[in-house]
Design a protein around this ligand. Structure first.
Ligand code: FE
Ligand code: ZN
Length: 516
């Protein structure tokens, strides 16, 4: 929890002594959020803090006492939702049902044949009982797959049981059991199949910043000077990073088939942006003068189709529809207004009706039945590696993005592109066990074994695209405005923004923004 405290300090946020004490103990993050909600603690941003500090109280002025400042409790206003408003927004407006999908809209893409393949997801392969054997085989698989990549880059890798005090450097591959800062540097406890060993990176070392990017449970290569049979000074850390891109030939004669990448629709939420989504429907039905629409064959949704129920404390207040079945009815009705020639690929998120741990199986067929009833929808798991017109797209909702940002000082939740880069470099979608929940399966499907052309994620509700060594990374934001919960967590969404990618070269052809 020290990471969270440091982050709060860094952001100059104020927490009560009670909350700090709680954070000092090893606690579950969900428990902590519950605790915050109960205590009605407010977060204060820098500007407010400045005013607070300048209001005269000299004693509490010094920076190092920040965590000792008491914060007034936030008085809760109990708002009763207006019934009329609820009636209007809980259904798809009639004027939309009447005009969409637009019947006379026959664009170029309606003649394109669908070229969709599912390369892998967890559907039909889930055997985990969450028992110790499952953990062992999952971590063994992770170690095997990633060490294979590392071994192809590193020469002369030795086993930990052969570590000896020596003047010559040794190279080992290990899974990180623990990483922590000491006064003089960073201590990394590693393990290979033969033995545990400890490495140390001095604060003065050139690779000190690199070492700060190491997280628990990832597999890395280390090179350094062994001091004993189980300790070495680390001089170099190797991540199973992507190779530098070769000059790939682009298919010049390829068809200009495009895909729109959306995420986090959150149907059923009071904060769902129906006005923005209406603009999206106008656009995708070809009523604007954007010619690009005529070339769109696919729509990929990276999770959180609905807002769900019981996902975070006091969510009921944010819900327009409190029944999960009805949320999917609304979602399906809205999605049915998208022209039939567009194939919709639906992958779930943490708000959806399926198990809430990575890897996720597809939406629950019984609860989300109206979605399954749509002829142009294909349901896949999370993560899912698919190909559209031959381009590999790795869809991952993004549960691990927050824990990654909390564990690596240089990352932040509002720069999801950078977090995706780190995940790619680590070749794992959710490395930290104890971050976002993992269900260990026999095969670790979260290893990024095969390099995709595009990674498409969501979850943090902030739009960002980034290109890393020939891979297009997209976080496709949301269709929901800021909730009270996100306000408390200081999360600022950038809603209704998404990209259209050209599948000929896996590059973004246009970024749309329908925020009203
Ligand atoms: Fe979401
Ligand atoms: Zn999410």
């Amino acid at each position: 929890m020290e990471g969270i405290i440091n982050k709060l300090k860094e952001e100059q946020m104020v927490i009560t002594p009670e909350a700090k004490e709680k954070l000092n103990k090893e606690i579950d993050i969900n428990d902590f959020i519950n605790f915050l909600n109960e205590k009605e603690i407010i977060f204060v941003d820098k500007e407010v803090l400045k005013k607070y500090k300048n209001s005269g109280d000299e004693e509490k002025d010094s920076k190092d006492k920040i965590d000792k400042i008491e914060v007034k409790k936030n008085k809760k206003k109990k708002e009763k939702p207006e019934k009329k408003d609820k009636q209007e927004k809980a259904e798809v407006p009639n004027h939309l049902l009447e005009k969409y999908p637009k019947k006379d809209f026959k664009p170029l893409s309606s003649e394109f044949e669908s070229d969709f393949k599912l390369l892998y997801d967890i559907n039909g392969n889930s055997n985990s009982k969450g028992e110790i054997e499952d953990f062992l085989s999952c971590f063994k698989d992770r170690y095997d797959k990633i060490s294979k990549i590392l071994r192809s880059r590193l020469g002369g890798v030795i086993k930990a049981k052969h570590l000896r005090e020596s003047n010559e450097d040794s190279t080992l591959i290990g899974i990180v059991n623990d990483i922590r800062e000491s006064r003089k540097g960073i201590i990394i406890d590693l393990e290979d199949k033969t033995k545990r060993f400890r490495g140390f990176v001095s604060k003065k070392s050139d690779i000190y910043d690199k070492a700060k990017k190491v997280v628990e449970d990832e597999v890395i290569g280390v090179n350094g000077n062994p001091q004993s049979t189980d300790f070495m000074y680390i001089n170099e850390i190797t991540f199973p990073d992507l190779k530098m891109p070769e000059n790939r030939e682009t298919d010049k004669n390829g068809k200009e088939v495009h895909a729109a990448l959306l995420s986090d629709l959150h149907f059923g939420s009071r904060e769902f942006l129906d006005g923005a989504f209406e603009k999206f429907l106008d656009w995708i039905n070809g009523t604007t003068d954007d010619e690009l629409v005529e070339k769109i064959k696919y729509l990929v949704i990276a999770g959180d189709i609905v807002d769900g129920v019981g996902i975070y404390p006091e969510q009921e207040k944010d819900l327009l529809i409190k029944d999960i079945y009805k949320q999917y009815e609304l979602a399906a009705e809205y999605l049915s207004l998208i022209p039939d020639h567009i194939e919709i690929i639906v992958s779930p998120g943490n708000h959806d009706a399926t198990r809430r741990a990575d890897p996720q199986t597809m939406l629950d067929k019984e609860i989300a039945e109206p979605i399954f009833d749509l002829d142009n929808v294909r349901n896949v798991g999370n993560p899912a590696m698919i190909t559209l017109n031959g381009k590999k797209i790795l869809i991952y909702h993004g549960g691990s993005l927050n824990p990654m940002a909390n564990n690596i000082p240089s990352l932040s939740n509002d720069e999801p592109g950078q977090i995706l880069v780190e995940l790619l470099r680590k070749r794992h979608l959710n490395p930290i066990y104890g971050g976002y929940p993992l269900l260990p399966e026999e095969e670790d499907l979260l290893v990024i074994d095969e390099v995709p052309d595009i990674i498409h994620s969501g979850h943090v509700h902030v739009y960002e695209d980034y290109r890393y060594r020939d891979v297009l990374l997209v976080n496709s934001a949301t269709w929901q405005t800021q909730t009270a919960f996100q306000k408390r967590m200081n999360l600022k969404p950038t809603p209704a923004k998404f990209p259209v990618v050209n599948l000929k070269d896996a590059k973004i052809s246009k970024i749309l923004d329908f925020k009203v």
